[in-house]
Design a protein around this ligand. Sequence first.
Ligand SMILES: C[S@@+](CC[C@H](N)C(=O)[O-])C[C@H]1O[C@@H](n2cnc3c(N)ncnc32)[C@H](O)[C@@H]1O
Length: 310
Amino acid sequence: MPFTVPVPPLPTPRELVLWAEQRFTTAGLVFGHGTDNARDEAVFLVFHALGLAFDCEEAVLDRPCDAAGVAAATALVDERIHSRRPAAYLAGRMWFAGLEFMVDERVLVPRSPIAEIVERGFAPWIDPGTVRRVLDIGTGSACIAVAAALALPRARVDATDVSADALAVARINVARHGVGDRVRIWQADLFPPAPRVRYDVIVSNPPYVRDVEVAAFPPEYRHEPVLGLAAGADGLDCVRRILAGAARRLSAHGILVVEIGGEAGTIERAFPRLPFIWVEFARGGEGVFVLRRQDLEPLPGPAGRHRRRR
Ligand SMILES: C[S@@+](CC[C@H](N)C(=O)[O-])C[C@H]1O[C@@H](n2cnc3c(N)ncnc32)[C@H](O)[C@@H]1O
């Protein structure tokens, strides 16, 4: 009888995830691009390597992987640790508002809590049935623009970005989601060159990171386009200009929705008479305000010159 060497079974997906989590923790990686801990990052990359859906049956997780899957997962985990590239760039995709988007280093990794507001068609701050025109400022991958077009099937969406590189990715995502007939992409500095158009919703996740914080970024964040993050000494460079220009571009019942991250206090101090409504999120996140058009008139200026009308 021939002698056979017993071959140990290949690891299961569950075992690979635990192994990856351990390696990420030991390596001291930084998270924040769609996940905020080593376990979720491990699930994201291992499932991607194995071609598993996040809602796959539990039993699948305990069946041994094939050799190709193990090799792919191992390579991705190694690359994540050695390159410090965010997992979404390694996978080439990210989810936003339940939709899949193609991403690479030309665009910020989609992760804005604004997704939750878009999914609701911007309710309760506006009746979704009345929204005909949306402007997404700083569209990046077009995640907000595409999700808005799909949440509001009767709306037309304009999406701007100054970065030609970002807009190339935005166009891919607009085409992939089949909304090219309703989403128009503009290379523009904040507002599109269509001054007569009035928007029911202006939404933006603009750059809002202070220069000093950008200078101290961990390696993961250095892979993202600095144009998508850096916003001057107090993080308000872009937001100030959005506040100054929004009223002229909003319809009478229009709203402005802007993410400002950790700079809520800064903007409250800079515009003390603006009645910011800070959004609370069921799925986590903060630093997103809503303003109505009437709150923005007269255009906000230095403290004391703005009349509160709420
Ligand atoms: C924080 S990223 C947001 C990307 C995307 N909307 C998202 O939520 O994932 C900001 C985007 O604004 C763009 N941007 C920066 N300055 C801009 C400007 N002055 N006008 C238009 N877009 C700008 C950047 O290129 C970047 O794509």
